[in-house]
Design a protein around this ligand. Structure first.
Ligand code: IPE
Ligand code: IPE
Ligand code: MG
Length: 248
């Protein structure tokens, strides 16, 4: 559990802490199967794993943690699983809200939120209304819900096209910054580290623009088994990476 601000223990020394970490939380279904349980059992334990990772990231000094909770493509799963995931997320947002707020962690949501079930939209509204004074703000937890990168980029292009059409922007004024400013992550640094669990080696339509120069960390650990030690191992590995950005 994330404890209140004054009680978060300081993290083990890390040389270099990423400001922004993105996570593809994958493997809940396989984890449940390994336990001889239904997939939703895995999703419930997946929520528990989020708690530990959020706390560890905040302790380590990460400023933004962006987690992939439900993709646009995940609507293709059986209705029972989709409904189960939606209600689990709606409940978890509300049950964690006070603890997170007390720890200086604010929740933000990225994705096509208008198509989510009404009860989930209500949880999101309540969570985003929580106020944390600037001096107490420790970390922003971005939860990607009904998110896909191609959806986000297409929306950005539509918004930019509208600005060109109404004359407030000239085509030659469109810069990389213009594009970044129209993404759901506007105003945040790009992630320096991406973690994907469960051994899959792909991005699955997550943050394609923002991950251009991100360090990638893949682990076979299934998401519900990804805890504090695994998170610290990923952060330590990041500290060993040499980032060159095309230079020498
Ligand atoms: C990740 O676990 C959670 C979501 C995509 C919502 P999965 O449900 O994809 O689990 P696996 O990959 O089938 O094991
Ligand atoms: C990616 O996991 C989406 C989330 C973690 C929410 P998936 O399990 O949906 O990805 P694929 O289908 O293996 O690419
Ligand atoms: Mg999966």
């Amino acid at each position: 559990m994330v404890q209140n601000d004054n009680h978060i223990p300081s993290a083990p020394t890390l040389d270099k802490v990423p400001q922004h970490v993105a996570v593809i939380m994958d493997g809940n279904g396989r984890w449940a199967k390994d336990q001889g349980e239904e997939r939703l059992y895995g999703h419930r334990h997946g929520v528990e794993a989020v708690r530990g990772v959020v706390q560890t990231a905040a302790e380590a000094g990460v400023r933004y943690l962006t987690i992939y909770a439900f993709s646009t493509e995940n609507w293709g799963r059986p209705a029972e699983e989709v409904d189960g995931i939606m209600s689990l997320i709606a409940q978890a947002i509300l049950s964690e809200l006070d603890t997170l707020t007390g720890a200086g962690i604010r929740m933000r949501f990225i994705g096509d939120l208008a198509s989510l079930p009404a009860s989930l939209q209500e949880s999101i509204r309540i969570a985003e209304a929580a106020v944390i004074p600037a001096e107490k703000l420790r970390m922003t937890l971005n939860i990607a819900l009904n998110y896909s990168s191609r959806w986000e980029l297409t929306r950005a292009m539509q918004q930019i096209a509208v600005a060109v059409k109404d004359g407030s922007l000239r085509p030659e004024e469109i810069t990389q910054e213009t594009v970044s400013n129209h993404l759901a992550t506007a105003g945040m640094p790009d992630p320096e580290l991406l973690i994907r669990t469960s051994g899959e080696l792909r991005l699955s339509n997550f943050l394609l623009w923002q991950l251009s120069y991100t360090e990638l960390y893949f682990t076979d650990t299934l998401w519900p088994a990804f805890g504090r030690d695994q998170m610290l191992a990923a952060l330590r590995e990041y500290g060993r990476r040499k980032r060159r950005f095309g230079r020498l």
